[in-house]
Design a protein around this ligand. Structure first.
Ligand code: HEC
Ligand code: HEC
Ligand code: HEC
Ligand code: HEC
Length: 347
């Protein structure tokens, strides 16, 4: 599918490809979640419930979140000189009201008067997807008296697949959350970088070290008793999933590059670097899916005004990344352990 490079049309294009995927999904199987793998998008304000809809059951997670830069950006960003200068260069009158900054620094909701409002910084639904369509699905264990431990495995699989189908970036598949991180931590907006002077993205982003420090909130798996770092086999899958998501997001960013300046050069270099890292992983582990991703990378040209080819490659990478996270047993990736950042590098 051809996707125009302007912001408005890019959104239309994403919605169109989502509709196409949903249709093919309905035609195949009822629980094949891999068919709904798709690009990360800003949370749709019509479907955002806000963190107060989570706190009843996830108060520990909300407490942990309040200590993060993601929560604090709400009170801080618009006061910073650096932010004011970016806004001035772009002719924006309000940082909190302009979609330009809101899509990555805030959570926006449609209120009862049909007005758009920012309600928090980067929140639960920025990473896990807008909750209205999946809230009730995700915690339904299947009847009175059934709990986390007595839920049947088949029911659990279907519940998670349905939540994903309804747009939940459920961390059971880590690729879905890695995509959320990289959507924001790659700045896919040429003018914001070249004219506004915003950074072109967090070039030192790495999924394990950036997710296991201050932003960690792994309470559910221990029934709220502790907040432990994920186990090593899961960290291995996260380590590679982060690289795949970085390749996907840099391909999308390069797809909208039109001039040879800071933006285009930085995002194309980042795509090349992610591709090279995955090639190095492919040499060490035996994974058909990683081999396929490297083949996609080898088939493209990282150049300006190459939107159709690069977007198609990013879509294919997203699909393969989702399958990788779904099918890969971290036990098979132990050779990567020496490369995975240790706890002293956790942010
Ligand atoms: C009525 C209680 C309830 C509410 C409200 C609730 N959750 Fe949950 N949530 C649960 C339960 C129970 C689980 C554990 C499911 C399991 O055993 O895997 C869970 C699990 C999760 C998971 C982990 C994925 C999974 O399927 O295990 C995420 C992410 C999550 N919730 C996010 C949210 C967010 C975001 C909100 C607010 C928009 C929210 N939840 C509101 C009860 C709730
Ligand atoms: C594509 C997502 C994205 C968009 C759009 C975006 N930002 Fe950012 N911004 C980020 C991320 C991610 C960081 C953290 C950067 C890092 O790790 O280096 C950041 C950092 C910043 C910083 C420096 C850190 C700080 O909080 O002081 C400023 C200032 C800033 N952004 C202002 C803006 C302004 C103003 C706009 C709107 C005109 C905007 N940003 C739009 C993602 C974005
Ligand atoms: C910056 C992105 C981000 C934000 C914001 C975020 N999460 Fe998560 N969440 C993740 C990631 C990544 C994981 C998986 C971490 C891992 O496995 O180590 C996760 C895992 C979870 C889990 C499963 C934990 C477990 O023990 O398996 C729940 C429940 C959850 N998040 C709920 C929430 C709630 C509620 C909020 C808001 C207070 C929230 N999340 C905010 C990224 C985020
Ligand atoms: C909706 C956009 C968005 C999403 C999604 C997002 N981030 Fe961020 N993140 C930001 C912004 C913006 C900042 C900078 C906040 C500031 O300093 O004002 C930031 C800052 C951070 C920081 C602090 C960086 C530092 O240098 O100290 C970490 C760590 C981080 N993010 C990790 C993650 C991880 C891991 C994920 C995915 C699980 C994620 N983020 C998802 C927007 C986002």
């Amino acid at each position: 599918m051809f996707c125009s490079s302007t912001r408005v049309f890019a959104v239309v294009c994403l919605v169109a490809s989502y509709a196409a995927l949903t249709m093919s999904y309905a035609a195949t199987s009822a629980v094949d979640a891999s068919a709904v793998a798709r690009a990360a998008e800003p949370a749709d304000p019509h479907l955002v419930l806000g963190n107060q809809s989570c706190v009843k059951c996830h108060s520990a997670e909300v407490q942990a979140w309040k200590q993060t830069p993601h929560a604090r950006t709400f009170d801080q960003l618009h006061r910073r000189d650096e932010a004011k200068q970016i806004a001035k260069k772009l002719g924006l009158s309000s940082i909190k009201r302009e979609g330009r900054c809101v899509s990555c620094h805030y959570t926006e909701q449609l209120d009862s008067n049909n007005d758009f409002h920012v309600i928090s910084g980067v929140s639960c639904e920025s990473c896990h997807g807008p909750a209205k369509p999946w809230l009730d699905l995700h915690h339904d264990y299947g009847g009175e008296g059934i709990n986390r431990l007595s839920e049947l495995p088949d029911h659990r699989r279907q519940r998670i697949a349905r939540s994903v189908e309804a747009g939940m970036r459920n961390p059971t598949n880590v690729y879905l959350v890695a995509q959320s991180c990289l959507r924001c931590h790659t700045t896919a907006d040429e003018e914001l970088v070249n004219v506004g002077g915003h950074s072109a993205g967090s070039l030192d982003f790495e999924f394990v070290s950036w997710s296991q420090g201050t932003i960690r909130h792994n309470f559910v798996r221990s029934d709220g008793k502790s907040n432990d770092v994920s186990a090593q086999p899961r960290l291995r899958v996260m380590f590679v999933a982060g690289m795949i998501a970085e390749l996907e997001s840099s391909l999308r960013a390069t797809a909208v590059a039109t001039e040879k300046a800071t933006y285009g050069v930085t995002v194309a270099k980042r795509a090349a670097r992610s591709g090279a890292r995955l090639r190095s992983v492919a040499e060490k582990v035996d994974s058909e899916l990683i081999d396929q991703i490297v083949a996609v990378f080898d088939s493209i040209t990282l150049k300006l005004n190459n939107s159709a080819e690069l977007t198609a490659a990013a879509d294919k990478t997203a699909q393969l990344g989702f399958q990788f996270a779904e099918q890969t047993d971290g036990e098979s990736l132990s050779v990567l352990d020496t490369f995975i950042p240790k706890s002293d590098r956790y942010k």
